[in-house]
Ligand binder design. Structure first.
Ligand SMILES: *[C@@H]1O[C@H](CO)[C@@H](O)[C@H](O)[C@H]1NC(C)=O
Ligand SMILES: *[C@@H]1O[C@H](CO)[C@@H](O)[C@H](O)[C@H]1NC(C)=O
Ligand SMILES: *[C@@H]1O[C@H](CO)[C@@H](O)[C@H](O)[C@H]1NC(C)=O
Ligand SMILES: *[C@@H]1O[C@H](CO)[C@@H](O)[C@H](O)[C@H]1NC(C)=O
Ligand SMILES: *[C@@H]1O[C@H](CO)[C@@H](O)[C@H](O)[C@H]1NC(C)=O
Length: 462
């Protein structure tokens, strides 16, 4: 290999095409193209890799994205995966990535790369393994008597304990270990059905009528909403009543402890925890069908919960068991990758929300004492970092309904300064660093950049 390290990325990419054609000594082969996973579970992604003899692999990594200079972000340094990633290489030329506590934001493609001890000995595989989360669907077969089957759009690894839950008109009617509903049944025009998997109820299938289109049902516009703290949110649904609808309300199962009767949901507009912050704008209805919107303003983190709609007709009440819309109220934080850096390295600052924002967000980066914004985009890269880059950085997230600033991340070089300190001052610094370590701040080796997250917090609402 006679490559300069700067040119390697481009040329290696070219080689990967060669490997696809079956030539070359370099390559990565993934054990599978796609894996179906459930939220909260653990997944293992494996690959084998090859390289010319004479090379010795010194470093391996998985990645999902790259820095602006084209270098991949080592997944174990990626703030989105912090504490959830383990690498394993128990066999020669084979590597396994383990991700725990899977989140829906993990549904992307993963790639593997490695570095050898020879000059320019670097291989970055193409992102090859895709993670996806299953959706559910009620499949109806048969004639007068129908068989109902709960089908997954991608089958998750078979867990013998999988329990399927059936809902009729929003009310849970059965649980079973088989995806098929216990008996063929006669289905009336007024009745709707839905299914889910125990432990993952929020994945429930759309509600289906089976006979005609007039059955009782509630359809939420969105299953999941992620918005910024301090902003407002509209959660909406459409509903159909087979008989005349006489009343309706929104409720949150999280508040059931406050209800007079734990089984009878109470209207969110009467909940003291939401006093003055909840309204029902845009109610539209004919006798049988309508749209309803729940608006919550001045959102707080404790408003993160699931919200459900229910209605009554003269002789029927929609059940309270079927999950509605899950709302997550997010804060904004800045994370630095990698967490420890020395002068000359490349650094990425990433603006992180606790969930993917529902309304397409835009990001703006600021450095304190610098009036104009530094950059836009979720990540801000500083290549070849020097002491001139020290300072406090923060990001602003804007998404349709509001804007929020992160707290500032302090990036300070301590390396050269500490080396000229006298012994007594040196001890003070050590003690200070120890105190900071013990009180939960991040600690680094001497020579690294010290990162302190300042405590103050500002946010605004537009
Ligand atoms: C990626 O992270 C792993 C685990 O922290 C480490 O062993 C490896 O050397 C890193 N690779 C690169 C290229 O940074
Ligand atoms: C329903 O499923 C059962 C078992 O798979 C089968 O024996 C039966 O014929 C099916 N009935 C209808 C109406 O499809
Ligand atoms: C299945 O359930 C049994 C008993 O509840 C439990 O001991 C076992 O660990 C479960 N297995 C899986 C794969 O979850
Ligand atoms: C439903 O409402 C309509 C119009 O108000 C009325 O004519 C009809 O009798 C009602 N049906 C029932 C079952 O109450
Ligand atoms: C990094 O910056 C320093 C100081 O500005 C410069 O001397 C050095 O050549 C730069 N290194 C690279 C790889 O750009």
């Amino acid at each position: 290999m006679s490559l300069s390290s700067t040119g390697s990325v481009l040329v290696v990419f070219h080689w990967s095409l060669t490997v696809v054609l079956g030539q070359g000594d370099w390559g990565v082969t993934y054990s599978t193209q796609s894996i179906c996973v459930l939220k909260g579970s653990t997944v293992e992604l494996s690959c084998t890799y090859k390289y010319p003899s004479g090379h010795k692999v010194t470093s391996t990594f998985w990645f999902t994205r790259k820095y602006t200079d084209g270098n991949p972000v080592n997944l174990s340094d990626d703030p989105d995966y912090r504490g959830r990633v383990t690498y394993r290489s128990d066999e020669k030329n084979r590597h396994t990535l383990i991700i725990t506590d899977l989140r829906e934001t993990d549904s992307t493609k993963y790639g593997f790369g490695f570095i050898t001890d020879q000059p320019g000995g670097k291989w970055i595989g193409q992102t090859g393994v895709a993670l996806s989360f299953p959706g559910l669907q009620v499949v109806v077969t048969g004639g007068y008597m129908k068989n109902l089957t709960c089908r997954t759009t991608c089958p998750p690894p078979i867990n013998p304990n999988t329990t399927y839950i059936w809902y009729k008109n929003g009310q849970q009617i059965d649980e079973s270990s088989s995806p098929q509903y216990k008996d063929p049944i006669y289905i009336h025009y007024k009745d709707s059905y839905s299914c889910s998997v125990k432990g993952h109820e929020d994945l429930h299938s759309p509600t289906v009528c089976v006979q005609g289109q007039a059955c009782n049902r509630v359809t939420y516009t969105k299953r999941r909403i992620c918005v910024l703290k301090g902003s407002s949110v509209d959660i909406s649904c459409t509903y159909v009543g087979y008989y005349n609808v006489t009343s309706s309300l929104w409720f949150s199962p999280k508040q059931s402890g406050r209800w007079r009767d734990k089984l009878i949901p109470e209207d969110l507009t009467t909940d003291p925890g939401y006093a003055g912050r909840v309204e029902y704008p845009d109610q539209e209805s004919t006798i049988y069908r309508g749209t309803s919107t729940l608006r919550i303003t001045d959102l707080r983190e404790e408003d993160s919960a699931e919200y459900r709609f229910t209605f009554k007709t003269d002789i029927f009440g929609w059940g309270h068991d079927l999950p509605g819309t899950t709302l997550t109220v997010s804060d904004v934080q800045v994370k630095m990758t990698p967490v420890t850096v020395t002068e000359g390295q490349n650094v990425a600052l990433t603006c992180i929300t606790s969930c993917p924002l529902t309304h397409n967000p835009t990001y703006i980066w600021y450095k304190k004492t610098v009036t104009s914004p530094k950059a836009s985009g979720q990540s801000y890269s500083i290549t070849n970092i020097t002491s001139e880059d020290s300072g406090e950085y923060y990001c602003e997230v804007r998404n349709g309904r509001g804007s929020m600033y992160s707290s500032a991340l302090m990036v300070t070089f301590a390396g050269k300064q500490t080396s000229v300190l006298t012994a007594s001052v040196g001890i003070t610094v050590v003690v200070l660093v120890l105190i900071l370590c013990l009180s939960g701040y991040i600690c680094f080796r001497r020579g690294d950049i010290y990162v302190f997250e300042t405590k103050f917090h500002i946010y605004t609402q537009m």
